[in-house]
Design a protein around this ligand. Sequence first.
Ligand code: KMH
Ligand code: ZN
Length: 269
Amino acid sequence: MGAVITVAPTGPIATTADNPHLPTQPHEIAEAVHSAYVAGAAVAHLHFRDEQQRPTADLDIARRTVDLIQQRCPILIQISTGVGLSVPFEDREKLVELKPRMATLNPCSMSFGDGEFLNPPKGVRRLAGRMRELGVKPELEIYDTGHLDACLQLLKEDLLAEPLQFSIVLGVRGGMAATPQNLMMIVDRLPRGAIWQVIAIGRANLQLTAIGLALGGNARAGLEDTLHLGKGTLSPGNLPLVERAVMLARDLDTTAATVEEAERTLKLP
Ligand code: KMH
Ligand code: ZN
């Protein structure tokens, strides 16, 4: 089966002042996701923005965006419960009530650039339990070595079900640096049968995405993770980044998984 390519079109931080091609409104996100699907993405990782481009957990905006995507294509929906640093955890966790196929679960609090990313232990346990009840598959976001241990503890407490699905996030200021050594260290420690992808933030996006694919992982692409195609070149949208990831997968002698293959690879409930 091929590598699962996830498109992350928007993210929580950049605005159109940083890259004018960033999709922020529901119909823009839906258009970007549809193009990514046609290019080979099987999963859409979604953040939402209000009309002022501020990150939001507003359920109407989220529902409208998901509906617009589903009218266009059958891509698998993954909603971010990370949402944005300014949005309270209690609002973020409500997004899983929309019952997407997947949602992210950020297991620990941390510094995040100049801000703070708050994921209190009680809230994380409550959210993990609710996702399990609703049949929403958590993608576990590992920004540092101890985050993996926190997830394994949740597994022991029966708040997660195997196979665990991880994103190894490299390059956030406050988490692990974007180095191949850090990637290898986490990959070596993943439990048997785990499913994983690299999220490489910023400059090392291309190199670490390629290493992840070469090691047998899945891949994520889009303006959430890098605004650039190369040094000093803004990406003119999400599509070139997705096409690049699909091409990397093909060059490494695999394919981009279809939606049906991705459902099987990710063992979605
Ligand atoms: N923004 C990335 C650093 C989430 O949205 O929950 C990690 C991420 C997590 O995508
Ligand atoms: Zn995200």
